[in-house]
Design a binder for this molecule. Structure first.
Ligand SMILES: [Zn+2]
Length: 480
């Protein structure tokens, strides 16, 4: 079936298409009037809430408990870890006045919460019995992005979860980093998103981290979007904030810590950008405004029988636990089709006089844009199958995209050619920051994202860019 999209085509102009979907599917409103800040409308919040629930469930099962720290952090806290404050000082929002007076202590809006959390951890952790301490909070963070802002892709307020975990030993902390990766994997499976993991280059890691893993989802336009990171902080923050505990042997020790920041707003962006098509959003069950919409196809003289059949189906589908709506508005069936397709509603049930007479229903599935007709008695069973099948289809497309987008380069010419073709490049890399800077300049923004975690062995060849011996195989991509 031909897409009924009336907006920009996704393959022609991804940026325009993305903005069109945000507005037409009633996800965001960008007219709030403060640069980098947007309003999340109910259709976006339904997806956001779902992603939060998935992540929170996974984190709770892995032994985390929820906390909520204040949004303001005293500036003096920020200054306690030098690398950290250097990394964020150009990006923070600062409150200097309140109640009509200059504040004695300036307050920073959290750009991330390590410097809010660790002074309290120092009070809470006194002995080995208090460890491990595993906490998370579901909040927004504030960073004054200086590059051009884009709704969901690069904003100044973004929704995420941050975990703050403290362990008695390095071994346990490093195991946590892998556990965080598993959490991200399981949630992305439920969202049908494929991603790749990069061990960030030393100059690109989180300010204050020993090492950082970043999770990048490939987008159809050739960009990648970072949907989360995990950082092994070792003792950087626990030392800076004087956290210590009395070990089993009666000696005072410094614990080590990790943090994990899955970006909920960015996962929403990845869901929209990855699954959507020219007709708008495409969503798995449980995320769209409704799972199923019933559309009556009226003919003169048959109104009552169609109407009562629709009401009967609404009860039946709703009673089976699906979020089902009946669109009995005055709009034409075509306008209804268009409106619900833009919003990504997974299934549409069409009921006309023919269906009533034959005790059949016609079901349209949003992911493949195909129709099938079935006996009414088979509807619920088929719906159950379609629910799983649609998620599988979306996940497979995302996997295919990840595979198709990755290409290897061994020479400088291959790097520039692949960048021009909007591919994600895998290449041997010398590890020099200067070399990464040259690549960025020559390719109009391609970044060395870090060591590809799926490549374990040290590569035998040379850096594809400069020809020096390669230390590792890295991903190079254009990131939002
Ligand atoms: Zn190099």
């Amino acid at each position: 079936m031909k897409p009924s999209g009336r907006g920009p085509r996704k393959s022609d102009d991804f940026g325009k298409w993305f903005d069109y979907v945000l507005s037409e599917a009633e996800l965001l409103d960008v007219r709030y009037g403060v640069k980098g800040f947007v309003v999340y409308r109910p259709n976006a919040m339904k997806i956001v809430a779902r992603i939060y629930r998935m992540l929170e469930g996974e984190l709770e099962r892995a032994g985390h408990r929820q906390v909520l720290f204040p949004v303001v952090i005293p500036l003096s806290n920020m200054k306690k870890e030098t690398e950290h404050v250097k990394g964020f000082e150009d990006q923070v929002f600062m409150i200097e006045r309140a109640g009509g007076e200059e504040l004695q202590e300036k307050l920073v809006l959290r750009p991330t919460s390590e410097t809010a959390v660790y002074p309290m951890v120092a009070l809470w952790v006194r002995s080995y019995g208090h460890l491990p301490l595993k906490m998370y909070q579901s909040v927004a963070v504030y960073r004054h992005e200086t590059k051009a802002t884009r709704p969901l892709l690069r904003g100044r307020e973004f929704l995420w979860i941050e975990t703050h975990d403290v362990f008695p030993t390095e071994k346990e902390a490093e195991e946590q980093v892998l556990q965080d990766l598993d959490v991200e994997k399981r949630v992305c499976q439920e969202l049908g998103l494929a991603f790749m993991v990069a061990d960030r280059e030393p100059w690109d890691k989180f300010p204050g981290a020993e090492y950082s893993y970043a999770y990048d989802v490939p987008l159809p336009d050739g960009h990648v979007i970072q949907i989360g990171t995990t950082h092994y902080l070792k003792d950087k923050f626990t030392k800076a904030f004087d956290v210590s505990f009395l070990g089993r042997d009666g000696k005072w020790e410094t614990p080590v810590s990790t943090c994990f920041g899955p970006g909920v707003g960015r996962m929403l962006a990845a869901v929209i950008a990855t699954h959507g098509d020219d007709g708008g959003l495409v969503l798995p069950f449980g995320m769209a405004e409704h799972d199923v919409v019933i559309v009556p196809i009226q003919q003169k003289g048959q109104e009552e029988s169609v109407k009562s059949k629709c009401a009967e189906l609404l009860d039946k589908i709703g009673g089976a636990g699906y979020d089902c709506a009946l669109d009995d508005s005055d709009r034409s069936p075509g306008s209804k089709f268009f409106a619900w397709e833009v919003k990504g509603v997974p299934l549409r049930v069409e009921v006309g006089p023919k269906e009533v007479a034959e005790r059949k229903v016609t079901v349209f599935r949003r992911d493949t844009r195909t129709r099938e007709t079935m006996g009414e008695e088979d509807l619920l069973a088929r719906m159950g199958e379609l629910k799983g099948d649609m998620l599988k289809t979306l996940a497979r497309r995302s996997q295919d995209l990840l595979r198709e987008k990755q290409k290897r380069a061994t020479t400088r010419a291959e790097v520039t050619d692949l960048a021009a073709g909007r591919y994600i490049i895998k290449m041997g890399f010398c590890g020099e920051r200067g070399c990464a800077d040259e690549i960025r300049k020559a390719t109009d923004g391609y970044e060395v994202r870090g060591r590809a975690l799926d490549e374990s062995a040290k590569p035998s060849g040379n850096c594809a860019w400069c020809g020096r011996p390669a230390l590792r195989t890295v991903y190079v991509a254009d990131a939002y």
